[in-house]
Design a protein around this ligand. Structure first.
Ligand code: PGA
Length: 254
């Protein structure tokens, strides 16, 4: 039985004050209304709200993570933040390979692989995102694309390291568009990914690996998505910016 995960990816939203008030609101609802024994909750605010997030969530059981990291430990990389810096703050997770990073910042599978290794070396848990574009789905190349994102991203990652890694399947055509993949469409892809993991790492590892769905998850579709056998929770963008909506999605995973 895999423990579900509900993660909130705030992207480039909320300044420090806004972040602190949203974290406080989420914290209150979780404390008063929700139980976290069968779901891991993770918040991914901006880098500079991350120290506040860690402090405000101390003792709540809710995890904090960064939306990205650089693959090098330090050096002349203006504007970047390394995995070791994220770790030093006390964060536990990092998102790698989000489709916005791939699309707008030129991150490919090789760069994602280097970032995954850097994050694992710092004992961060990785949320590795993969997903096809609309064009790739319509030309029926999506399974090949997903397979190469998975296999190249996980190059030289061993079975033991996979214990600290979660896959997030996020079809690009469903992110921020209001178009969710149907529960059946998502389940089909999750089953495909688990099969690929089985081929590479064996049945036991594949059965342990958590695979999240992301792309317009909302309170009203979360339950159906999360009830699919191979969907182990969600990576939530827009709906994670509203405390009540996010909490309802956490509830749907319980
Ligand atoms: P969305 O974003 O929920 O707003 O579609 C998901 C994501 O990009 O992680």
């Amino acid at each position: 039985m895999r423990k579900k995960i509900v993660a909130g990816n705030w992207k480039m939203n909320n300044d420090l004050i806004e972040s602190q008030s949203l974290i406080t609101e989420v914290r209150g609802i979780i404390r008063d209304e929700l139980r976290l024994d069968n779901v891991d909750v993770i918040l991914f605010p901006t880098y500079f709200a991350l120290p506040s997030c860690i402090r405000l969530l101390e003792g709540t059981g809710v995890y904090s993570g960064a939306q990205n990291c650089h693959q090098e430990k330090s050096g002349a990389f203006t504007g970047e933040v390394s995995a070791s810096m994220v770790k030093a703050l006390g964060a536990s997770h990092v998102i790698i390979g989000h489709s916005e990073r791939r699309q707008y910042f030129g991150e490919n599978n090789i760069i994602c692989n280097a970032k995954i290794k850097a994050g694992l070396e710092q004992e961060l848990t990785i949320l590795y995102c993969i997903g096809e574009t609309l064009e790739e789905r319509e030309s029926n190349t999506h399974l090949d694309i997903l397979k190469s994102q998975l296999i190249e991203g996980l190059n030289e990652i061993n079975a033991q390291q996979l214990n600290n890694l979660v896959i997030a399947y996020e079809p690009v055509w469903a992110i921020g568009t209001g178009k969710t993949a149907s529960a059946q469409q998502a389940q089909e892809i999750h089953a495909f990914l688990r099969k690929e993991i089985t081929t590479k790492y064996g049945e036991a590892v594949a059965q342990r690996l958590r695979i999240l769905y992301g792309g317009s998850v909302k309170p009203d579709n979360a339950k159906e998505l999360f009830s699919q056998v191979d969907i182990d929770g969600g990576l939530i963008g827009g709906a994670s910016l509203k405390a009540r909506d996010f909490a309802e999605i956490v509830r749907a995973a319980q």
